[in-house]
Every structure is written in C-alpha cells, then in structure tokens.
Design a protein around this ligand. Structure first.
Ligand code: SF4
Ligand code: SF4
Length: 87
C-alpha cells in the first residue's frame, strides 16, 4: 500500500489574506463510523488539506479547507457530510 505522506505534494500555507479556510461556508464533516479508510478523499482534495492519521483515517485541516465539497462527492460510502459553517 502506498504511503500517501511520502508523495511530494505541496501543502497549503497562510497567504496574504490569512488562512484560506476562513472563506469556507460549508464544512465537510467525516462520519468515521461510515469511513472505510479508502483514502479517495485524501487523493481528490483539491487543496491537499486532508491528511492520513497513523490509523489510516482521514483528518481534515480546517485552517485551509475551502469547503468545495469534492471530498464528499467522491466518498463511496457517503461518509462526508457538508454542513453549514457556523461563524
Ligand atoms: S471540502 Fe474541498 S478543500 Fe475541504 S477537505 Fe473537502 S475537497 Fe478538500
Ligand atoms: S473517501 Fe470516504 S470512506 Fe474513503 S477515506 Fe475518505 S471519508 Fe473514508
């Protein structure tokens, strides 16, 4: 199995407007009871803000997630719900 942490992909960083996660209006929330650890959300996240925990479950970095919903769309078990962001 490929260790995704070893793939050289740039991580998002604080920009001139601050942490880009503040733009988000919808928040992806992972239901771990439905997650099969397939890692598709990690591979498809357009911002590379989903990391793989040592237990192989995905973890979203909300400092930089923009709430695009791609992860929820590709999740085969519908384990990711997009919920309104509470500011
Ligand atoms: S909502 Fe978009 S930016 Fe946020 S974790 Fe999912 S794919 Fe990545
Ligand atoms: S795509 Fe869905 S099932 Fe696969 S690791 Fe992500 S949350 Fe879990």
């Amino acid at each position: 199995m490929i260790d995704l942490s070893e793939i050289p992909v740039a991580k998002p960083a604080k920009g001139s407007a601050g942490k880009t996660g503040t733009w988000r209006v919808l928040r992806p929330v992972i239901r771990y009871d439905k997650c099969t650890r397939c890692r598709l959300c990690i591979m498809y996240c357009v911002e590379n803000t989903i990391d793989q925990e040592p237990n192989l479950y995905p973890k979203i970095d909300y400092d930089y997630c923009k709430g695009c919903g791609v992860c929820a769309q590709v999740c085969p078990t519908k384990a990711i719900a997009m919920v309104p962001e509470v500011k």
